[in-house]
Design a protein around this ligand. Sequence first.
Ligand code: DTP
Length: 357
Amino acid sequence: GTLKKTDNDTNPNARTIEILQSMCDYYTRIGDQWRTLAYRKGINTLRQQTTKITTEEEAYRLPNIGSRLAAKIEEIVTTNSLRRLDYARDEPLDRAFSTFLGIYGVGNAVAQRWLAQGFRTLDDLLGHADLTTNQRLGIDHYDDLNTRIPRAEVTALGAYVTREAALIDPSVELLIGGSYRRGSDSSGDIDFIVTKKGTTSISNDLVTFLEELIRVLTAKGFLVATLAALHSTRRPSKDGPGSKWHGCCVLPPSEYAQLGITREKPIWRRIDFLLVPESQYGAALIYFTGNDIFNRSLRLLASKKRMRLNQRGLYKEVMRGKGRAKVTEGELVEGRDERRIFEILGVKWREPCERWC
Ligand code: DTP
């Protein structure tokens, strides 16, 4: 049977998960990767339970839940809160830090620097800090860009883009990856994976297609901001220059109405386009479907089999040269076919909706 994540609203452990998630977010903010991972695994276990876990003993018997996490689960159920979280929240610096991390493109280093400079609120930043164009945009649209996108809206945004794309070049294929492909009822952003049959590299016609799509969607008022332009990569990366575009989009008001949503003004949504040659499509699908923990476990599995998995393909490690000139190189085994990559790795196929961990 398929193991599908239960929806947040119907999960008997929803409240426990919500509080543990806040704790997990806190550990992410302070850069504690080990605890972040432990919490995420525990949360994932709780999501799969069909009954409410109320005691420490019950929790401890589940996979990926250790004694300390089990104790916290009982504390949450009996007190409806977690003391540790209340302490973390009461730190004014932590509050400011997490606010700053909510700004698009802002990471630990920038957020820390602003704290050290004495800034505590978004208004402080707007008034004094030396902001990049993107940071300013991230502050101006802070609430929008921190709101998850309901699945129905992702579907509508996707249909809008696909319709325009087909008018430009019907042979180009577009697919929405990320949490949407995993069946999530909401997504943080929209990740379009764009490919064309027969391509073995990011060919000129793929790039020309995307340039034209962006031009048309901008002219129609659908795309409202560019965060990373197609040719902004300073150093050509391995996927070649001009392989991705990041920006913001809004759904036309008439489309909102069709979804049965009335909205004063449209909400800005984050949207990405990634160009992928067909020869790498399978590996790219795996990578951009995630989730990130599932990706990490597949990569670890590959390395145990002396292979390497990245967003371009599955590679076999081969030794070349002799003596001191000996080097390991990757030889492409499979890139095109998602199922084949699972097969070669020797793992059972998992539908996107089964890739939560
Ligand atoms: P969300 O609903 O929050 O958007 P998501 O779509 O899973 O969740 P992203 O849009 O940030 O998350 O990223 C899309 C996919 O890209 C993700 O599911 C897995 C992959 N990915 C992103 N970052 C990493 C990473 N650091 N390691 C491995 N895979 C990653």
